[in-house]
Design a protein around this ligand. Sequence first.
Ligand code: IMP
Length: 368
Amino acid sequence: MELVLATRNPDKIREIKKVLGDLGIEILTFEDFPQFPKIKEDGSTLRENALLKAKEATKFTGKLSLADDSGLEVEWLGGAPGIYSSRFAGENASYEDNNRKLLSLLKNVPEPKRKATFRCVIAICRPVGSRIKDKLVEGVCQGKSTTHPRGKGGFGYDPVFQPEGLDKTFAEIPLEEKNKISHRARALNKAREILQQIIKKKNKILIGLTGNICTGKSTVADYYEKWGVKVIKADEIGHKVLEREDVKAALSQAFGKEILNFQDRILRERIRKVAFSDHDKLKKLNALLHPLIKEEIWRILTGGNYKIVVIEAALIFEAGWDFFMDKIIVVYCSREKQLERIKKKTNLSFEEIPGILRAPLSQEEKIK
Ligand code: IMP
């Protein structure tokens, strides 16, 4: 597998290769595509710029691409230089010019007010047919600006940035040390997980089968199963996950002992009630269960020699899994039909039903 790094900055390439080097993917750069046009970074946020770069790279090369946009945000300067970090002292400013300007703006500013944050946003784009799918991750490193440059390593603002908990600047520590705590390393570690999943997916075609509760997803899933396609049902995996001792302990700690019955089994009906009655609780429940369910889905997915796999899950978009899918099917039905099915299936009272219908993404949004 190949990954194109959408950057011309050799310092960044060095740092990125160091963190992703052992993934076993071939890392290409613009050097490998001499015809690649210069990208105008005219977004108004780091996110927009990162996405712009990765999208252009995928469009041009037809390959999986990764781009970062990063910058230093100084509290005293209202978040500047931020997206203007590389051209803070002018269009062709050198690293030294930028550092000089920063330090002069912070002249006489006392230490507690010199708080600064390095932020890095990474965009990953993958080509899916004629479309491009994207995913964004972010990493930050808190610290402060020094009063004068220190150290010879690193690049950019490294000599004037001292991360929290260290008495040295980024330019005074070896790259290995910087890569343990830097904004880019933190974002790259998140990107790494995404790349690992793409590597594991290999050439399999993943079909996401989704739709809100009781709209008929499982009926469609059953057809695929009948046709001999491997189907993974997130609900079934979720039920299995609920039987794990560590999960039971975590859930009863988060939602109270009443979610367990006398045999210490999780009462799914109670969990459902707790979760759908309160948005924060639902969020907490999802944060706890989703990573485990996802892990198990990927384990099954990669375990067999399947060419096509259908993944039936209500929250494909909400959990950000759509990025990995090659096709998504949204199943929907009329609100009346949905209500009728919910009542039949769940024993919920009329008062409880609106909560269950309040999905993070409505049916219409999913269809769109
Ligand atoms: P970008 O190339 O548009 O992402 O601009 C980032 C600019 O922010 C760089 O040119 C550097 O000046 C600064 N910058 C980003 N990351 C770092 C870092 O890790 N150390 C020092 N400066 C950085």
